[in-house]
Design a protein around this ligand. Structure first.
Ligand SMILES: C[S@@+](CC[C@H](N)C(=O)[O-])C[C@H]1O[C@@H](n2cnc3c(N)ncnc32)[C@H](O)[C@@H]1O
Length: 293
């Protein structure tokens, strides 16, 4: 409701709603398919193959549902996409899917043109209504805690997230990571992109949130990120999952200052560790799985 009011306010003021702008730009299906293709490509180079059929679980759907659609067009027959909060906004999904031009090229290493078109048209025919999407194989469940899925029988060939885990308060991460590992089928792949910049002003002040703060609340984790740096993330991933993680992408940024002093609670392994701005983490669960390419 609040999102709808804000969209109306922006329209009255003659401004484009920033969420709508995002749906047409960096969160469009085209842009998100570029990201998905890039991440699947990194996973394939690291592991030799990636699952492209069976079941996929996306953690943190968000408003646009572009990655769930991308995983479906790549060949997964079932995509369960879940979120702790119900954020899905059909007008934004429609805007993000308005006119895909490049997605079929970005995803071409994983799906040929004809199945891409057939599957995308099947999705578009639902009008992006969650009830109708469920009949294609994409199921949206929110609000939902990932841990709630572990008591069910379903296990997944791919567990995926994009810009989600950095919003989870650190104390909750071991539980979320171990639950998401328990949800992997034998030989299943976990693939995550984690953004380590301050979301308040990532362009010019990506490290400002590392300055001393009396406390860092769950709300601040949601808005700006949980402030964990790359070395503590690597330890946490290993300790909470027991998997052998690989990190094919972990850029270090030198064009913005670090705060001085830093908050004493920020654990790190030196300046480059503090300056690491994101990472892709990929790991395979033990066991054999057919159908990987
Ligand atoms: C920055 S948005 C990214 C959404 C989507 N992945 C995208 O790229 O558009 C982060 C999402 O993660 C969700 N989220 C945060 N904590 C979560 C948790 N513990 N379990 C599931 N989803 C969570 C938020 O509600 C939000 O929708």
């Amino acid at each position: 409701m609040r999102q709808r009011l804000s969209r109306w306010k922006q329209r009255l003021l003659g401004r484009e709603d920033p969420n709508l702008a995002a749906a047409r730009q960096h969160r469009s299906f085209d842009a998100m398919s570029g990201v998905l293709g890039w991440m699947l490509g990194l996973a394939r180079s690291e592991l030799g193959s990636v699952p492209l059929a069976g079941r996929a679980l996306e953690i943190g759907t968000g408003q646009f549902m572009a990655h769930a659609a991308g995983l479906y067009v790549c060949g997964f027959d079932r995509v369960l996409t879940v979120d702790r909060y119900r954020q899905f906004a059909r007008p934004l999904v429609q805007a993000s899917q308005e006119r895909p031009v490049l997605a079929r090229r970005f995803l071409s290493p994983f799906v040929a043109h004809d199945p891409f078109m057939a599957r995308w048209q099947r999705l578009a025919a639902t009008g992006w209504l969650p009830e109708k999407l469920a009949a294609t194989g994409i199921e949206y469940r929110a609000p939902l805690e990932v841990a709630a899925l572990t008591s069910g029988p379903e296990r997944f060939d791919l567990v995926f997230s994009y810009t989600v885990l950095e919003h989870v308060p650190p104390a909750e991460l071991p539980g979320l990571l171990s639950a998401s590992t328990a949800l992997l089928a034998p030989g299943g792949v976990a693939l995550h992109f984690v953004d380590l910049e301050d979301h308040l002003d990532p362009r010019s002040a990506p490290f400002n949130f590392l300055a001393p703060a009396a406390q860092w609340t769950a709300a601040q984790c949601g808005e700006r990120g949980n402030r964990l740096r790359f070395a503590p993330w690597r330890r946490l991933l290993a300790d909470s999952t027991g998997l052998a993680w690989r990190f094919p992408y972990a850029p270090v940024r030198h064009d913005a200052p670090l705060p001085a002093p830093l908050d004493a609670g920020i654990g790190h392994a030196g300046e480059d560790d503090l300056r690491t701005t994101a990472f892709v983490a990929v790991a395979r669960a033990p066991g054999e799985k057919a159908d990987q390419s």
